[in-house]
Design a protein. Structure first.
Length: 549
């Protein structure tokens, strides 16, 4: 089959130059120069040969790159894509390229292709600073690996993930949106995005190919998902809807955690062609995490996962983040620490689909700390993401407390990131039993936001997990920049002491209520030894900051 694909590629110039020579166009030399904004989408239309998604030769095998040259002379080779009539129809002569400029000033572009009708499109445009009313991601720029344990926006601050892990098939018929009293449509998916954004959730997990996986209803190719002959032809109408939805999510402050394969799913496709199409259509978005696969070690060997990561890195000119989701081994160690192909972990630390209410959770704080330490020792410190625990199946006081004391604060106060995972029994999302729905999870979303908000008041990216600095380390957590600032969580409340031995100065204690976000003055302590934090202002589990005056 690969030989046939390469033969199609080699035949394209000869066949289509004869057939569509009249279609060849070039820009006017005196055409006005357009102005775009930094980090915003630049979409250019290239008029190529008349064809369609089912044509022979296959238009998706015709590669077109557009070289964008920045004001500083750096360049980006961005893949273009066949887009039918440009409006969702599969027949036409439209190729498009989407780009996100990372600098202001004068830019140039020129297309390159073996097909003469699509080569030599050239032009220029100007880029200004983003307007003040731009969505955050379009002001902050690309989400990037910053050389440490937290991701960062190019023109913005560090970021702590507090994400939504479900439904994994967000792009398919997820059955999630009965909350909104309407069928699962793109309008209802947008309402779900509105709801999540309103609860301050800041990322969503979407699998783009679930064929033969747990919920086989999401794929980018034409057809019904069962015909393997369609694996090199894409559904331009469906992908237009995906782009609209992704754009909506980015404007709502939701990072796109795009997972390219489902566990034990279908892998009988040209991965390079698939990755190229995903990058071409969606890579311009500033806040994307490419994930090679969900529970990828069910399907791919470690070497195959590395090869896929390398492939994505080689295709994506934007340098988006790359990771891979793994089922846990006995020690819950992520196997690619130290490998520069991976920019962050994606750790499953639960018991499959076992109910959260009955699962015996591992020590998630220890898992985060061990992986952070190991990544430092490898010479490539990366963010530690816990992307799946046992699924939440009930929303009651006991489960909310367990989530806060066993998951949220242990992960965050150990220097990690988190996505909330539901128990949905392979597609029946919260429509039975306790009627756990996306809106019923409100108390957990709120707790997750308050945990993030607590850390965002301290320089968390400069702090290290230091539970040994707080008494009763088996149930308390501490993230510290010793001698400067400490963030503490007491999972059972009560009195605790902090180790300020060999550290001078005076420190302000401020208590934080993880159930409400309320703060209260806790007085001052002086360095020089173990110091009592005094009685917490709030009953139950409680957090505190200790800052040097």
């Amino acid at each position: 089959m690969n030989k046939i694909k390469y033969l199609y590629r080699s035949l394209w110039p000869a066949v289509l130059t004869i057939f569509c020579l009249a279609c060849q166009t070039s820009p006017e030399p005196d055409a006005p120069v357009a102005t775009y904004h930094k980090w915003h989408r630049v979409e250019l239309v290239l008029n190529g040969p008349e064809t369609e998604v089912t044509a022979d030769p296959n238009p998706f095998l015709l590669e077109v790159n557009v070289i964008f040259t920045a004001p500083d002379a750096s360049s980006y080779a961005v893949p273009a894509f066949y887009d039918g009539d440009g409006q969702g129809g599969g027949k036409g002569h439209v190729w498009k390229v989407r780009f996100s400029p990372n600098a202001t000033g004068a830019w140039k572009y020129e297309s390159a292709s073996a097909e003469p009708a699509l080569a030599g499109f050239r032009g220029a445009f100007n880029v200004d600073e983003p307007p003040a009313d731009s969505a955050d991601f379009l002001k902050w720029g690309r989400l990037i690996y910053a050389g440490g344990h937290y991701l960062k926006f190019t023109d913005g601050g560090y970021w702590i993930k507090g994400g939504c892990d479900d439904p994994e098939n967000f792009l398919g018929a997820s059955f999630l949106f009965s909350d909104f009293n309407e069928p699962d449509t793109w309008a209802s998916k947008k309402k779900a995005a509105d709801y999540l954004s309103g609860r301050k959730v800041n990322s969503i997990y979407c699998i783009t190919n679930t064929i033969h996986g747990d919920r086989p209803d999401s794929w980018p190719w034409i057809g019904n998902g069962t015909d393997s002959n369609n694996r090199d032809r894409f559904d331009v109408g469906k992908l237009l809807a995906w782009e609209d939805f992704f754009d909506y999510c980015q404007n709502k402050g939701l990072v796109l955690h795009l997972v390219l394969n489902d566990d034990s799913g279908w892998i009988g496709y040209d991965s390079r062609l698939y990755f190229r199409e995903m990058v071409a259509r969606f890579g311009h978005h500033p806040a994307i995490i490419w994930n090679i696969g969900e529970e990828a070690n069910e399907t791919f060997s470690n070497a195959e996962q590395e090869a896929l990561a390398q492939q994505m890195k080689s295709i994506d000119p934007f340098g988006h983040l790359v990771t891979v989701h793994r089922k846990p081994d006995a020690n819950l160690h992520w196997p690619f620490l130290g490998n520069p192909l991976f920019d962050l972990t994606s750790i499953q630390a639960g018991e499959g689909i076992k109910a959260f209410s009955t699962a015996i959770l591992p020590d998630l704080g220890e898992i985060v700390r061990e992986n952070r330490i190991a990544s430092v020792q490898s010479g490539h410190p990366i963010p530690i993401m816990i992307d799946e625990t046992s699924g939440v199946d009930l929303v009651d006081a006991a489960t909310i407390l367990k989530m806060r004391t066993k998951v949220l604060y242990p992960i965050y106060l150990s220097g990690g990131n988190f996505e909330l995972h539901f128990k949905d029994s392979y597609g029946a999302v919260f429509n039975s039993g306790g009627e756990v729905t996306i809106t019923a999870l409100g108390p957990m979303w709120d707790d997750m936001f308050r945990a993030r908000q607590f850390l965002e008041q301290v320089p968390f990216a400069e702090m290290e997990a230091s539970p040994q600095l707080v008494s009763s380390v088996d149930r308390n957590f501490c993230l510290a920049k010793p001698g400067s600032v400490y963030a503490i969580y007491l999972s059972a409340g009560g009195n605790a002491s902090i180790n300020l031995t060999d550290i001078g100065g005076e420190y302000q204690v401020q208590w934080y209520n993880p159930r409400t976000g309320e703060r209260a003055d806790g007085g001052r302590v002086t360095g020089g030894g173990w110091r009592s934090l005094g009685s917490p202002f709030f009953a139950g589990d409680v957090a505190a900051t200790v800052k040097k005056l």
